[in-house]
Design a protein around this ligand. Structure first.
Ligand SMILES: NC(=O)c1ccc[n+]([C@@H]2O[C@H](COP(=O)([O-])OP(=O)(O)OC[C@H]3O[C@@H](n4cnc5c(N)ncnc54)[C@H](O)[C@@H]3O)[C@@H](O)[C@H]2O)c1
Ligand SMILES: [Fe+2]
Length: 460
């Protein structure tokens, strides 16, 4: 058993190294290096060389520098704030692009929500067609349909409009359009060899941050598994986060997507390849989410809450885009692929259970997370339980269902779900490696939590 965990940990370190900086050959920090750095930092703190010990991160930086340094991935330009969509028009014009395919979902297309994008493009002399075929948890079939339409109409760039599903479907179409083959060929880390078609991602949820990440999550419909395509090439050219486009999100969608953003921030902070840049982004995202998510859910018209949640999800995206994620996402992807469940809800239900599991490996990090969530400065002994309780309370307050049972998940599927979770690249940077049996146990805990007497209100 120990050998299995050790070999998984070593494979995970290899993938973590590729996640860090795929263009150079790097080795991930070994446990010995990390321990040495920690020992050095502790000594420095005692000697007064580093003045303010703030939890595990801050000045007490815990992950060793990899050979070759860290990589950070961002769109060429990101537009954030009310009116950002208008500014995007000028940028599209300057890129000298001629014909767009707008990738969106059926609900947004039918509601006429795409009209402002069509107007913005027309005002800048750009032709456009609409592909409304990005389903929630988009599939390989959606990508193939979109690609056929793109080719038929000779479009030279893509605009994605919507939440993570529209952006991921667009990324999938854009990568296959220039690299050829099928979307399945790009599962894993940096499998493409050519740049994708130019992509302008206009975001309407807060959120997955897919409008600015190098992640593309597509369901393989025959395996019922979500493929994680992690490729710097799929980073959109331009990211647009205009909170005015997020105002009409219903409460349940605001809650689910906000908890997805919180999960990105927490998992990136706990990641084995986090660093001071991703830490700063993750902690500020947590502060904004704990301050504004409840208001955004209870009063969607609150412009300040929408604006701050738009920044929060972008900051969380900046964090996980470079630091990657952990078992919450690796496990949530299986639930999404198998049962077609909302991604943010799966994350919200799993988040406290997996952080409880992580606590024994990295208790110090919970001190900073607790502070960012407004719990004050707790000791490393107190912080993990308090953080887990605060996450549960926030989930309950915004109407997330109590457990996996309420989502219709079946315990007889835990075995295959656990097996596939361990293959998902997002789990390789979790701070505490798990065996398959431990993952099954985590699914069970998430299935049973809050089931007697303390059930949380189901989301609409
Ligand atoms: N690529 C990444 O970095 C990344 C990160 C996290 C999640 N994801 C993926 O993103 C997907 C989930 O995306 P999502 O949570 O943003 O939801 P979504 O894109 O699936 O949209 C869900 C529903 O919300 C509606 N909607 C979207 N914006 C709206 C608005 N402003 N007002 C009213 N309704 C609106 C849509 O019509 C749709 O019916 C999952 O497939 C997940 O795996 C990707
Ligand atoms: Fe996510």
């Amino acid at each position: 058993m120990l050998r299995i965990v050790a070999s998984r940990a070593s494979r995970a370190r290899g993938v973590a190294a590729r996640l860090l900086n795929s263009s150079t050959s790097v080795t991930a920090p070994s446990i010995a290096e990390t321990v040495t750095l920690r020992a050095f930092t502790t000594t420095a703190l005692k000697s007064g060389a580093l003045p303010i010990p703030t939890g595990a991160h801050g000045v007490n930086y815990h992950n060793a520098n990899p050979e070759g340094g860290y990589s950070f991935f961002m769109p060429r330009q990101s537009l954030i704030g009310p009116g950002a969509l208008k500014t995007a028009g000028n940028i599209v014009k300057s890129l000298n692009l001629k014909k767009a395919m707008i990738v969106t979902d059926e609900g947004l297309a039918k509601a006429g929500a795409v009209q402002p994008v069509l107007d913005m493009l027309a005002a800048n002399g750009v032709e456009a067609i609409v592909f409304p075929g990005a389903k929630p948890n988009p599939t390989d079939e959606n990508v193939a349909d979109g690609l056929a339409m793109l080719k038929q109409h000779g479009c030279d760039f893509i605009v994605s409009y919507g939440g993570g599903s529209s952006h991921d479907c667009a990324k999938g179409i854009a990568i296959v359009a220039t690299n050829g083959g099928r979307i399945h060929d790009y599962e894993g880390v940096d499998r493409s060899s050519k740049p994708i078609l130019p992509l302008v991602s206009v975001n309407t949820t807060a959120g997955t941050a897919s409008e600015m990440t190098r992640f593309c999550i597509i369901t393989d419909s025959s395996r019922r598994v979500k493929m994680a395509i992690v490729d710097s090439a799929v980073t959109p050219t331009i990211a647009v986060d205009d909170p005015e486009l997020m105002v009409k999100m219903p409460a349940a969608l605001t809650a689910a997507t906000g908890m997805d953003a919180l999960t990105h921030a927490v998992e990136a902070y706990m990641s084995t390849i986090s660093n001071p840049v991703t830490d700063a982004s993750a902690l500020h995202a947590m502060k904004l989410i704990s301050a504004y998510l409840r208001t955004a859910v209870s009063n969607g018209k609150d412009a300040r809450a929408r604006d701050m949640m738009s920044y929060a999800q972008f900051l969380a995206g900046m964090a996980f885009n470079s630091a990657s994620l952990g078992y919450v996402h690796a496990m949530a992807h299986q639930l999404g692929g198998f049962y077609n469940l909302p991604h943010g809800v799966c994350n919200a239900v799993l988040l406290p259970v997996i952080q409880d599991f992580n606590a024994s490996a990295v208790p110090d990090r919970f001190v900073d997370v607790g502070e960012a969530l407004g719990l004050g400065r707790l000791s490393a002994a107190e912080a993990p339980a308090a953080v887990v309780a605060a996450i549960r309370e926030l989930s309950r307050d915004v109407g997330i269902p109590a457990n996996l049972e309420a989502l219709g998940v079946k315990p007889e599927d835990f075995d295959v779900l656990a097996e596939n979770s361990l293959k998902d690249a997002c789990g390789f940077t979790n701070p505490r490696p798990a065996t398959k049996d431990e993952i099954v146990d985590l699914f069970r805990k998430a299935y049973e939590q809050g089931s007697s007497g303390q059930a949380m209100a189901a989301s609409a």
